[in-house]
Design a binder for this molecule. Sequence first.
Ligand code: SPV
Ligand code: MG
Length: 307
Amino acid sequence: MTDARKTPSNGTDLTAGAQLKQLLQGDDLSFLMEAHNALAAKLAVDAGFEALWASSLTLSASMGMRDANELAWPDVLKLVDPITDFVDRPVLLDADSGYGDFNIFGRFVTKACAAGVAGVCIEDKAFPKRNSFANTHHQLADIEDFTGMIMAAKDQQTDPDFCVVARTEALVAGAGLSEALERAARYEAAGADALFVHSKQKTAFEIEAFCKSWNGSIPLIIAPTTYSNTSTDVFERLGISAVIWANHGLRAAMKAMTQAYQEIFDARSVAELEQKISTVDDILALTDTEGLLARERQLATSSRRSG
Ligand code: SPV
Ligand code: MG
């Protein structure tokens, strides 16, 4: 029996990995929306997003933790499982810097495949990592160690189309364009399925320079969190394959919840707010409670008949 709670399938028999690969390799620019839990994932899919980003920043924050490997890797898998369970869209899981070495990362990849994850993103920073926007020194990983982790991931994926996205933090770390290009080329040669080049600048000048000099052939991914004013047309012209809106779901929720809580606290009443927020029926509908009740009635009827 199909699970009616789930987002309707997009009508494909492709594995999660193959769906993500198809998006990344397609001619059109794709968009991945951040989701920090199953509810957020469902809302993103309902809005039209075809793929999701399970962000280390927002998964951690939603657990009250810092984006600094405070969330251990088994817990990351526990948090992503309800997301892949609830929505039939590919999820790219942010695996930070791979949680240690090739061995741990390889095990992580096998378990991520079993959890229905479409791909993982691994960034070339030392463990424990710090969020890219944390005002600190960002220590880059050794290139050989990092390429070993990419190779271990490709060896240990159980979905043949699982996507291993290599992310270079060379620009974030201030190591410069040529370091970023060198690392990107090495990661492609090691078997990465796509390259995520990150920048924390307020404009896209670093990304533009990177794209103009890059002569690799794997898809390019960006997360324009700080250069948010750059038009999407620019990304298309640069030949970028996918844009990750990396934290906007949690940021929207935080703002809305902060305002609602304050309004209720100040008014000592919910009367004013009632018309402005989702209804309890909306919550029941989100998880198809009516489907459960219908099934309950159906089973009661058939057991009365057979009894
Ligand atoms: C995340 O969303 O966790 C990311 C992107 O890795 S960033 O926060 O920009 O590092
Ligand atoms: Mg992250």
